[in-house]
Design a protein around this ligand. Structure first.
Ligand code: SF4
Length: 340
């Protein structure tokens, strides 16, 4: 699957969640809204014609997507069309029967969120008892031999000192993939974790720590999902081992769209900037006509402030636009995490 060129569709199939995580970029509406996947599927033939993509990677999330009763049916429908499916979950409902049913339905990958290597850290963010439940879910996925990726969100003052132990835990569990993202100041996160942002040198230190510590776990594939990491590649101040992926490519307006349960469309789901609605516009018209998407495709032209004269702007394209948007209200302002 890794060599196939896929267009990513991140889709929130339901709005309801069984947890109330402190760092969630959403604020839960606590309603039982569900999105009809056919609204998207029925438009894919037209959408293929205007993009160079034949295959789509459906990244199914919520709310908590495992609460959706017809999830297996939806997965089978997507698989019958020849596309790929990732289920994005907090992992707490993954008992062994559920995991085997996920496997039988054709799920290609399960992403489980784990934000700490122990109860104290993870449960502080995600609620009491949820570390043990998520670990149990991960063990069940491994038993079922279903590919799994851990998603670890790094939050200032909360889990920045837990990186090594997270890698160690993955190693002990037999998990081969971990992706690491930066806390985004939005939704619940903006309400409950006011000190959660990694700014300037704090972010640099985290990136360098990941690289240093990651060297000790050559069997663990560590992906840093942040466009600013590209400058670390370029600056060459530290040797980056093969198991650490620092090549985060631009995706907004290129090979990614996100949808919430209400049909709202986003260039990045964590960026609270609605660019259309599939109940009112076709996917193709949003893709072709939306001005924000066009700006993201040509972002170098729209950079502001210190990025304008920076000699790394061709490399990082102004850094993580979602971080810029969440802290300044403008995705083209310099990434507040940039230490240069
Ligand atoms: S100043 Fe802007 S363009 Fe330069 S490295 Fe920082 S975020 Fe990237």
């Amino acid at each position: 699957m890794t060599n196939i060129k896929l267009f990513n569709l991140q889709i929130e199939l339901n709005d309801i969640c069984n947890l109330e995580c402190l760092h969630c970029y959403q604020v839960r509406a606590k309603v039982k809204e569900e999105l009809d996947i056919d609204i998207i599927i029925n438009q894919l033939e037209d959408f293929k014609k205007i993009t160079n993509y034949d295959k789509f990677f459906f990244r199914l999330s919520g709310g908590e997507v495992t609460l959706r009763k017809d999830l297996f049916k939806i997965i089978r429908k997507i698989k019958d069309l020849g596309h790929y499916v990732e289920v994005i979950t907090n992992g707490v409902l993954l008992d062994i029967d559920y995991v085997f049913a996920l496997k039988v339905s054709g799920t290609d990958l399960v992403q489980v969120s784990l934000d700490g290597s122990n109860k104290k850290v993870h449960d502080y963010i995600r609620g009491k008892g949820n570390f043990n439940k998520a670990i149990n879910g991960i063990k069940n996925l491994i038993k079922a031999n279903l590919p799994i990726e851990i998603k670890f969100t790094i939050i200032n003052n909360v889990n920045v000192n837990d990186i090594y132990d997270m890698f160690n835990l993955c190693h002990k569990l037999g998990v081969k993939y971990i992706s690491i993202g930066r806390f985004i100041f939005a939704g619940n996160g903006a309400k409950f974790l006011k000190e959660g942002n990694l700014i300037g040198n704090d972010l640099k230190n985290v990136f360098y720590k990941i690289i240093e510590m990651g060297k000790e776990f050559p069997d663990l594939n560590i992906r840093i999902r942040d466009q600013l990491i590209r400058i670390v590649n370029e600056l060459k101040e530290i040797e980056i081992p093969k198991n650490i992926n620092t090549n985060q490519k631009p995706y907004m307006g290129i090979n990614y769209l996100a949808f919430d349960t209400y049909g709202n469309v986003y260039a990045d789901r964590q960026m609270d900037l609605i660019i259309g609605n599939i109940h009112k516009q076709s996917l193709s018209s949003i893709w072709l006509e939306n001005e924000e998407l066009n700006k993201f495709r040509n972002s170098i032209k729209y950079l502001k402030g210190k990025c304008l004269n920076c000699n790394l702007k061709e490399i990082c394209l102004g850094g993580n636009k979602t971080a810029s948007y969440s802290l300044t209200g403008d995705p083209f302002e310099p990434d507040p995490g940039c230490w240069l």
